[in-house]
Design a protein around this ligand. Sequence first.
Ligand code: G3P
Ligand code: CA
Length: 287
Amino acid sequence: MRKQHIVLVLFLLIAGCADKSAVPIPSNEFLIIAHRGASTYAPEHTMLAYEIAQQSAATYLEIDLQMTEDGVLVAMHDETVDRTTDGGGLVKDYTIEELKQLNAGEWFNSTYPSMANEAFEDLDVPTLEEVFLRFGDEANYYIEMKSPKIYEEMEEELIALLHQYDLIDVNKKLPKVIIESFSRASLTEFHELEPRLPLIQLFSFKEKAALSDQDYNSLSTYASGIGVNLNAVDKNFIHEVQQHAFQIHLYNINNEMDMKKALNLKANGAFTNTPNLAVDLLKQPNE
Ligand code: G3P
Ligand code: CA
């Protein structure tokens, strides 16, 4: 563990951290979570995708995290760079300097010619720090710890950066930062170190979504809500989750029919590649 992490961890363990209950998300607003940025319109997890999301009034910029060989958190969905850059191999085998040489936009132009744009030709992979520097306090961040098993210090590095950029804002109705992961172990470690941020436990249900009393009890020790695939839920499940005082955010919703479904189900939010669609639907009078 790096020296600054040891200091931070000791500080957090001693200082804080007496109250370890999960943090409620008090807002009743429907959260529009721009999935990998506005990733229908620009290459996912590039600064342009986040800028379009921000311009379309998404509530949150969703950022998946991977980590370089030299410990820098970067915005990328996959463990490898193959799909979304012109490089090859694992992110963890690249230094940040090497990763920054890769092109993160050309793949989009060739994969989606109807959406191609010259502006995408020179995009690189942003670091999480660059995203914070670009948007600062003007955006809200919904950050996923991806593959935490292969990145030993992802949680510590993320917490250190959130502290550095003063993003542990606990007084707002709408949290400035929400942390998500499919990994319970990673979320509970994060919660142990920094219990003031709301955490979302992601689930991918193969069939109908269901949680036992034991699941709810376990979730209540660290999570503020859950993220679930839309096709697995119905109104009863959503109501049950909310009755247990958790928020429920649905993924991934990229067309009008599904977005209307998410709104009719009265979910608390949705991950979407097309945040403008949700913004427009929310402006329409209720049917
Ligand atoms: O992050 C929530 C949900 O969108 C999971 O999907 O895109 O990270 O694989 P993804
Ligand atoms: Ca994600």
